[in-house]
Design a protein around this ligand. Sequence first.
Ligand code: ARG
Length: 393
Amino acid sequence: MKKVVLAYSGGLDTSCAVRWLKEQGYDVVCFVADLGQGLGEGEDLEAIESRALAAGASKVYIKDLQDEFVEDFVLPALKANAVYEGKYLLATALGRPLIAKYLVEIAHKEKASSVAHGCTGKGNDQVRFEVTAGILDPRLEIIAPVREWEFKSREEEIEYAHMYNIPIDVTKKKPYSIDRNIWGISIEAGVLENLEQEPPEDAYLITKSPTQISTYPKYIEIYFEKGVPKKIDGRTYKLKKLIEHLNETGGLYGVGRSDMVENRLVGIKSREIYEAPAAAILHTAHKELECLVLDRELAHFKEIISLKYSELVYYGLWYSPLKQALDGFVNATQKHVTGSIKLKLFKGNCTAVSRKSPNSLYKKELSTYGKEDKFDQKLAEGFIKLWGMPYKK
Ligand code: ARG
């Protein structure tokens, strides 16, 4: 019997995919990548496992990949300041290449000739899975049931699930499609497709509504060493714990929400809302620290790299030569990114209010308007003459 390893999330699409693949004659092994979707009041991984079996899987792998995810995927993207289209902190996009890596590994272990995923044919995730799997093992057959099957809507799929007793936990009333991991949550579909409508509060899962938050701000200080966040308020944390902690605190202050219409790789625009409190806090702090320690030319050039980096992540090109080369550049820029940034969390906002670093390039005696001023203003005259000379003609 042909064997396939399916990247299984426990959601509607992958649950129906188990059954559908069996109907196509496959023995279906499910792989659940634990990227932190079970943290807090998140998804129940045990329930996901039994759902896979109930849907017809012959075997289920659950792998805790949280540390690898934050160290090898989230951290490089943070160092790179990678933010897609100015708003999306890439939680879903960063998770896909890692899931694909283990999908391929398990396929080898199981001697399966195929891998499958439950992504739609209109999205980015199919691209990320397939490009990555193709790079890691071009011989594997890739099956994308959702692109092939006959259902025309989520409603029809829900009916199919009911018909075959596939346990699912969406209802027709609230059919959001949610992807969750430790770096953030992506929420789309349902009423969110109506661009003129503000997202309803119940669409958000881990952030409090900024209008319901206390009138007192919260201050937190993040310490970075060579671009890596190490401490919160003087206490050392391992990266995963640090992110968990910031998700909780940030969530309480409504930090990290975004509502955007983004450009998908496949050429359409889509509306998605995101919640990523820790990611928002860390990106703000990291960027702020770089403002202090990177010289102007490096800082400006790095912005170009950040833009490109975010595109590569979004486009599924994590394992591409360009992305590897950019990591080399980014790591070189992080040598001096050590220091502390204090942030104020207040009604959904996160702003830097104080900065310090042993590598700070801010020199008060040069910037001040006070009497300790050491800046020789007379030098400015000649500088301006030469600078402007070419344009005078
Ligand atoms: N738009 C985001 C991306 O392309 C998230 C995709 C998954 N979203 C979801 N709600 N299931 O990375």
